[in-house]
Design a protein around this ligand. Structure first.
Ligand code: DON
Length: 599
């Protein structure tokens, strides 16, 4: 079989990136986005956040301490991506329980996803009066009614209290310092702010409605790389959390401030919603690929299941033959076909398992994967209804959103403990309702807010994902830990980028486990994305240079796929890979501009 000839031979050096809020696949890479360490590593999408986590490890903390410190720091330095106004998922693998309550290794999935307020039911957005036009269509993406009860603070404190070793004040200190002393705007921030400023200019009423975002985060549309942002208001909230724990956020003055801000903008969040917030803890979703055990996020994440299905199908279709000499067009088409099945099932079956039955075991069963694998062929694409088992939902394909509202971090410490953590406020700067120096999420849009319509990411979703009091919206966030056959964390990965999180994380894992690439090359390589609905294959532009059997690989892909188009947005993966010699290669996606830290 012919070897795939890549324009610049090694994707690891020609890379697809231009620093931007989310991704742009076609210019020079910034330096320092990957490093090799002998003891421990943190990979976050901002250098100051990686450093905050590394400072915990240097001071003898474990991977959970590092993850929590990194996350709080991200809340400050990535205010458009994540933060204490949002929610997230954390997968933890520890060699042993720091409290000694559980014998043997600890494997945990923490679900601190934002939650539907008690006053919101399934038809909340559909019933919104026409008089709300033109804002009616954006009620779930901007303003008070887009805000779900935030979970990040509860999740981080649960992780720290139960699985960390350090005390709150120490772990929060780097974030508090960054908020008080400030941080420099980088290219990703500038891009996110510029995108949003355009929307404010198009609708100037937003400048007063979302005054904090306009004046402080966007500097009235003039914020530039190098500008210094200080957030003393957020420092105070973080100090309140350091001093009072959960009560410093979910009760008392901070809670009142959040509720007042949401309700002043038409939202329905209450003090009771905040006080009732509870982290959900479960076992990770597990599956195997290439003799490795995957620890992934169960529903309401769709990421773990989709990755498990994609890899499960691929392990049934002669993948090794198609990668014997590296990447090939058949390999890529099989990967895309498998992904289509997974995304079709996402649309049909998934929702919050606390509210609807999600048949995870059936969708990951050998019998089901065998059957789907029969319909995963080179040279044969099917009509959309033939993917997955109950395809349904809208074909509507809204334009790609500004999807910078998420951040992923990966940690491995020198005891072999690992954390994969992805957090979000959904779209860039979330709902735009800011309070206490941070943005509140617009995670309500991850529900099926209007039956038969796609969400801001163009994802068709079923009625299983309708809002209901206390329910958590379906998510694409895919924090993943891969354990080697010896039980060591071999890959820790995840991404930001809406549904592209799933395809990007899966491709990075395949790049490592199937193609044998290191972390840097695996993360930088160009990517494909197909989410079944809309029925379009997206490719990063670096694929235009890639050839196989003397032809551009895109020519092969176009033969099989109905529609192919260049990606305008992408995902940003942060990954750590343990190399055969035991060292750790940590790679931050140059598409967003982070750098790792470690030792
Ligand atoms: O949970 C989800 O799937 C979305 N809220 C993620 C949004 C996202 O990744 C935005 N991007 N960078």
């Amino acid at each position: 079989m012919a070897v795939l000839v890549v324009g610049c031979l090694a994707w690891g050096t020609c890379g697809p990136a231009r620093a931007s809020a989310t991704a742009a696949p076609d210019a020079a890479l910034p330096p320092g986005s990957a490093e090799i360490y002998t003891r421990y590593a943190v990979a976050a999408d901002h250098p100051l956040a990686s450093t905050a986590g590394e400072s915990m490890l240097r001071a003898g903390g474990n991977a959970v301490d590092a993850a929590v410190a990194t996350s709080f720091a991200l809340s400050v330095v990535r205010p458009f991506s994540c933060g204490i106004g949002g929610g997230g998922f954390m997968v933890i693998a520890l060699k042993e329980d720091p409290r000694g309550e559980i014998a043997g290794p600890v494997r945990v999935a923490l679900n601190y996803r934002e939650t539907c307020p008690a006053a919101v039911g399934p038809d909340f957005y559909e019933r919104a009066p026409q008089t709300e036009a033109p804002d009616r269509a954006t009620l779930s993406t901007f303003g008070g009614r887009a805000v779900a009860t935030p979970g990040t603070v509860a999740g981080l404190l649960r992780a720290l209290d139960r699985y960390g070793t350090k005390l709150r004040p120490e772990v929060l200190a780097p974030a508090i310092r960054l908020a008080r002393e400030g941080f420099a705007v980088d290219a990703a921030y500038e891009k996110a702010a510029a995108d949003l400023a355009e929307k404010f200019e198009a609708e100037p009423a937003r400048k007063t409605r979302f005054a904090f975002v306009w004046s402080r985060f966007l500097r009235e549309g003039r914020v530039k790389a190098g500008d210094r942002i200080t957030l003393p208001e957020q420092a105070e909230v973080l100090e309140s959390i350091a001093a009072r724990g959960l009560d410093g956020f979910y009760r008392g003055p901070v809670a009142t401030m959040i509720v007042d801000a949401v309700r002043a903008d038409g939202g329905v969040l209450t003090l009771e919603d905040l006080a009732a917030y509870a982290v959900r803890q479960s076992d990770p979703l597990t599956f195997t690929f290439k003799k490795r055990q995957f620890l992934a996020m169960p529903p309401p994440s769709s990421g773990g299941l989709a990755m498990g299905q994609t890899l499960g199908i691929l392990s049934r279709v002669d993948l090794d033959e198609h990668t014997a000499q590296g990447v090939s067009a058949p390999y890529l088409t099989l990967m895309v076909e498998a992904m289509k099945h997974a995304f079709a099932d996402r649309a049909a079956w998934l929702g919050d398992p606390a509210f609807v039955d999600v048949p995870v075991a059936r969708l990951l069963s050998p019998a089901y994967l065998d059957q789907r694998a029969k319909f995963t062929r080179v040279g044969k694409s099917m009509r959309p209804p033939s993917y997955g088992t109950r395809p349904e939902g809208a074909e509507r394909a809204p334009g790609a959103p500004d999807d910078g509202g998420t951040s992923h971090l990966s940690v491995i410490d020198d005891h072999g403990n690992a954390v994969a953590c992805t957090e979000t406020i959904n779209l860039e700067f979330g709902s735009l309702v800011a309070v206490g120096g941070f943005c509140l999420n617009n995670e309500m849009d991850d529900f099926t807010t209007r039956r038969g319509e796609a969400n801001a990411f163009g994802l068709a979703q079923s009625d299983r994902n309708l809002p209901a009091p206390g329910k958590r919206p379906l998510s694409s966030m895919s924090p993943t830990i891969v354990l080697s056959p010896a039980g060591e964390p071999e890959v820790v990965a995840g991404a930001s980028g809406g549904p592209r999180i799933i395809s990007a994380t899966t491709q990075v894992v395949l790049n490592v486990l199937q193609l044998g690439w290191g972390a840097e090359r695996a993360v930088q390589a160009p990517r494909l994305h197909h989410q079944w609905s809309p029925y379009v294959l997206e490719y990063e532009r670096a694929y235009e240079e890639v050839r196989w059997q003397g032809m551009p690989v895109l020519t092969w892909l176009r033969k099989q796929m109905n529609e192919c188009k260049p990606a305008t947005r992408g995902a940003a993966v942060q990954a750590i890979v343990r190399r055969p010699d035991g060292t750790l290669e940590a790679a931050c996606d140059p598409r967003k501009g982070g750098t790792p830290a470690g030792r």
